[in-house]
Design a protein around this ligand. Structure first.
Ligand SMILES: Cc1ncc(COP(=O)(O)O)c(C=O)c1O
Length: 379
């Protein structure tokens, strides 16, 4: 990648460690930290300057940049606090009847399970689709559909092996069968290209704390136009209505919810967190997700080349359309190897018995080679 050394200055820890763990949490680029501190500085030293108006503009800019990122309209984006929050907006706002069925994958991250299980009290049935070797099976999905199937909720990218789902095909099946299609985007948005329109996604929820290089407490919820009026407001708050940024007459209780997804935003925002979020989104936008996707896969290619002729076992799909920036392999002494890597300041995760690697655009081939050298010694 061009300008790599300038980009790496945004990540000062790269001088000391090799960070391949973006599927766990993303680091905060230096510039995002600076922008956030400026906000705190104003609150500490310069309260004569109103931050209110400027902050509302910032919210608009964030929604715009996210809309571009996933090819939605800005009106379809609500700012949230994490993935779970958005999934709960969908789960609690849809009208479920007893006996209706929700389909989930049997190896889904729990954030995309519990909000749906909560609907069991309404008599809704949760059915888990059997995966094959940890990969979502479209065949088993089709077999699970009945006349009662109301909704499928699925991760864009699977958390422990990086399996990128074929959302386009799954979206088509959902549409054909009248099934609401919900996506948990957190393991892919920011590192893999995603198009909510092309994939006919109805709702998508995503936290900002991983590939989007923001802090926990940031995220967004996409609600497709079709559902904006249909999704019940389980929570409704004063910032879900349109004040036209005029807060001089607050005793107007007759304002209507925004027609856009802002109706799901209920009260004061974490402006400091949103400054981090915005600055990081700008960085990702500047580089471009297609380029990031290519770069991350190229880094992983180097590791795949080595692993294919090694005693280690690749556990991620190598089919191009199912590859993502998350990659896993197993080793005979996996836990020990994991500990060794950490001791050598190579930060990865150990998930479901697998070594999970999740590099981002500022990682280098030489960092991958350092990992390979340790793997060779461990053979
Ligand atoms: C697929 C997936 N969904 C959701 C989450 C996190 O959910 P939340 O943003 O609500 O903490 C994770 C990881 O932490 C994840 O891997």
């Amino acid at each position: 990648m061009k300008n790599l050394s300038a980009i790496r200055k945004q990540f000062p820890f790269t001088k000391n460690i090799i960070y391949f763990n973006h599927a766990a949490y993303g680091p905060i680029p230096l510039n995002s930290l600076k922008e956030t501190l400026k906000y705190y500085h104003t609150l500490t030293h310069r309260l004569d300057q109103s931050t209110e108006h400027h902050s509302f503009e910032l919210l608009d800019k964030i929604r715009e940049i996210i809309a571009e990122l996933i090819n939605s309209s800005t009106d379809e984006i609500a700012l949230t606090f994490n993935t779970s929050y958005g999934l709960n907006i969908a789960a609690s706002g849809l009208d479920f009847k007893a006996g209706e069925e929700i389909l989930l994958s049997d190896c889904e991250f729990p954030a995309n399970v519990y909000p749906w299980m909560n609907l069991r009290e309404k008599g809704v049935k949760i059915k888990f689709i059997k995966s094959e070797n940890g990969f979502f099976s479209i065949e088993n999905f089709i077999k699970s559909i009945t006349s009662k199937t109301k909704l499928l909720s699925l991760s864009f990218v699977q958390f422990f092996n990086g399996y990128k789902n074929d959302l386009e095909q799954i979206g088509k099946i959902c549409r054909k069968n009248g099934i609401i299609f919900v996506v948990d985007g957190i393991q892919g948005v920011g590192s893999s290209v995603l198009d909510v329109k092309k994939n006919q996604i109805d709702f998508l929820s995503c936290g900002g704390q991983k590939w989007l290089l923001s802090v926990p407490g940031t995220g967004f919820f996409f609600c497709s136009k079709k559902f904006l009026n249909k999704l019940k407001l389980s929570f409704f708050g004063w910032l879900g209505v349109d004040w036209k940024v005029d807060f001089t007459d607050l005793l107007r209780y007759n304002l209507k919810p925004f027609t856009s997804a802002r109706r799901f935003e209920i009260g004061s925002y974490s402006y400091s967190n949103l400054r981090t979020f915005y600055a990081s989104l700008k960085l990702l936008e500047k580089i471009g997700i297609p380029k990031i996707q290519r770069q991350n896969l190229a880094l992983l290619d180097r590791l795949v080349d080595y692993l294919e002729d090694s005693p280690y076992q690749i556990k991620s799909s190598l089919e191009p359309k199912h590859r993502s920036s998350i990659f896993s392999f197993s080793a005979k002494n996996g836990k020990k190897l994991y500990e060794k890597l950490i001791k050598n300041k190579i930060i990865v995760s150990y998930r479901e018995g697998l070594i999970r690697l999740s590099p981002h655009f500022y990682n280098t081939t030489s960092e991958i080679d350092q990992l390979i050298r340790i793997l060779q010694k461990n053979q």
